[in-house]
Ligand binder design. Structure first.
Ligand code: GLU
Length: 308
């Protein structure tokens, strides 16, 4: 039985085993503020439903969550728009990099899914259209989910991303051309850069994602309400689209729904059982954390537990 396992011991063993991979890859530097992060940080935090939390390394250090924020914004947008949301974006894996422009053009401005940048910009636009103060609403939601009132935006990272957001600006203008962006491009880009800049620790993330792991009860946090099938849908999109053009590989290796960010964070959930967050800034060529994937692959292998 799951709760009889010594997860703490398993995690500690895994962290030792994956050391040979610790120097592979490098941290993201296309957002200048991310280039100065210590690439050798490593943390992991497991929140077991109805069990004890387990942790190792720099699990309490805050880092830039980047695209993991797209799960929070999707939850808010789905709560606001319901099924209508899918009129403006799809739910199919893209098989393209996170900031790809080509697919958006030949699919006439309808992003494949909410987790590539094009889709996340449409989702950000939805939040701006519905909420008086989307920035405040977003951060209050994340604070409540994580149970940590000190979670906040990083103005430095947000500015740094906004100043160099050439590709995201191109995507946003293409969306505008196809009338799939209702607010001014600049406002959407600023809000998107802000939500990506949120800083959280592995502990904050694992605790926040417990709400998605509780897949058999409705979601009701800080004014964001989702039915059981709404939670199922978010987990399903994490499974199929959470790792850009590496979503198939992550599913193959790890077998859990999850979401990565170029800050080196990965969070994954085992519905009805646990949520787990890992952070290591060194990325592979797809923008996903090398040690993060290794740790999760070992974890589901050692425990013989995945959704498959
Ligand atoms: N803010 C980043 C960008 O849009 C997010 C990318 C990511 O984490 O994958 O470039």
């Amino acid at each position: 039985m799951m709760h009889d396992r010594n997860y703490q011991e398993i995690i500690e063993n895994i962290c030792r085993e994956i050391q040979p991979y610790a120097q592979l890859g490098r941290q993201a530097d296309y957002i200048p503020a991310l280039a100065s992060v210590d690439p050798d940080k490593f943390g992991i935090y497991l929140s077991v439903l109805g069990g004890d939390d387990c942790m190792y390394g720099d699990y309490d250090t805050c880092f830039s969550i980047q695209s993991i924020a797209k799960v929070f914004s999707l939850a808010i947008a789905l709560s606001l728009e319901g099924e209508n949301l899918w009129m403006r974006l799809g739910k199919e894996p893209s098989g393209t990099p996170f900031n790809s422009l080509v697919q958006l053009e030949y699919e006439h401005g309808r992003p494949r899914n909410p987790f590539i940048n094009a889709g996340a910009l449409v989702v950000a636009d939805v939040l701006l259209s519905h909420l008086d103060d989307a920035q405040e609403f977003f951060i209050q939601f994340v604070r409540q989910l994580s149970g940590n009132v000190t979670v906040d935006y990083s103005m430095e990272v947000a500015e740094s991303e906004y100043e160099t957001a050439y590709l995201n600006a191109s995507i946003a203008y293409l969306l505008k051309h196809y009338v799939n962006l209702h607010n001014p491009v600049d406002e959407v880009l600023r809000f998107y850069s802000m939500i990506c800049s949120v800083e959280m620790s592995c502990r904050d993330l694992a605790r926040a994602f417990v709400a998605f792991a509780k897949s058999d009860e409705p979601f009701d946090h800080a004014g964001v309400k989702l039915s059981v099938s709404g939670v199922k849908r978010i987990n399903a999109i994490m499974q199929t689209c959470g790792f850009y053009d590496e979503a198939g590989e992550f599913s193959f290796l790890v077998g859990l729904p999850g979401k990565s960010g170029v800050g080196g964070g990965i969070v994954a959930v085992y519905p009805s059982r646990y949520s787990i967050a890992v952070w290591s800034p060194r990325l592979n060529k797809h923008g996903n954390s090398i040690m993060g994937i290794k740790a999760l692959e070992r974890f589901t292998t050692e425990t013989s537990e995945s959704i498959f």
